[in-house]
Design a protein around this ligand. Sequence first.
Ligand code: HGY
Ligand code: MN
Ligand code: MN
Length: 412
Amino acid sequence: MASSTINRDRLLKRHALMATFGDTGRGGVIRPALSAEETQARRAILDIARERGFACSVDPIGNLFIRRSGIKNHSAPLRIGSHLDSQIPGGNYDGVYGVLAAFEVLETLADQSVSSIRPVEVVIWNNEEGARFAPTTMGSAVHAGALSLADALNSRDGEDLRLEDELARRLNDLGSLTQIPLGTESFGYIEAHIEQGPLLESADTPIGVVTGIQGIIQFNVTVIGEEAHAGTTPRSRRKDALAAALALIDEIRTLTNDTEDEIRFTIGRLTVAPGAPNTVPSKVVFTIDLRHPDEERLGSLHVRISESCKNFVSPCEITAVTTLNSPPVKFDCNVMAAIEKHADQSGIKHMKIASGATHDAKFMAGLCPTGMIFIPCRDGISHNEREWAEFEHMACGADLLMRVVKQLCMSD
Ligand code: HGY
Ligand code: MN
Ligand code: MN
């Protein structure tokens, strides 16, 4: 492989630093969006950026942009990046690897005094995971106009805290940032990320050239019944919200049991109120995360599940709200070709791969030429504290990102 252009020791050091923010002591992190821990991680990167003379700015939904100027500094920037928020708990690679790889590229450009035609910006998206505030990929969805700023600011976490208030609170801890408007233009976008699946590892291939991302639809389903005494109320007189929710979930799950095992159907959160062992539940709220690579199939599942919720016969009241509806995307052929070309020139084995996980690159694909570079993760495990990637692969992915950026940022 051609000699590495990035500073491997620095990448390793930065990764170890990031792992301290929200460290659970079990190998993973708890670093939800707009938490103190994520804010510390963001602040740490911004402080290094300021030391390096990079310009730091923020948009109204809390996405951060760290810019290294180009000769034509008013041209649209080439953007690279990912997210720093994690699942609750999550691993030390999902998102953070892409931010560190991108930041390493920016620092290497500065070390080598590369005069790029276009500015290059690292983007740290706000709330990619959607673990605390729904939906997932919130920051990039608002940037792309796929989710209204008002709806995003209005979302609430499990303690009923509003995102807008949390954002305002945390911005104070990030030091001075230039405010920029939503939706500023990008010349292109490339995101490095762990695969979060087993394919690269089983193919013994260090680099995935990502072809696109499958479609994703997220719902919130609310079932309203009536509190009643667990000992005295006969079944015939109950409006049992949990019994209704479980029967509805059973019906929906049957719709998604495809033989080819391509549909990804997940109920990741279910809350029951009032939650007393001897009171019949009056309210259940559960989430649905539905994914499929085929837009038509996903669309018809969306309709069927919504109809199931609407027509479900029960003494309770059921409402299903779609909180995210994002069709599959294909990445840009020229960006994919650039990734493949530089992987070949560096003598790195690579393969094309579609992404099962969603990423901020999904919304960027609708705005500018976009691509992703995957590296393997052990056993394909992610959204789990056992998530782990080989440093060799991390360095290889960052180096490849560097080479692609060097090519693309030189174009007028
Ligand atoms: O949900 C996802 O696919 C992403 O990892 N947040
Ligand atoms: Mn991610
Ligand atoms: Mn994730």
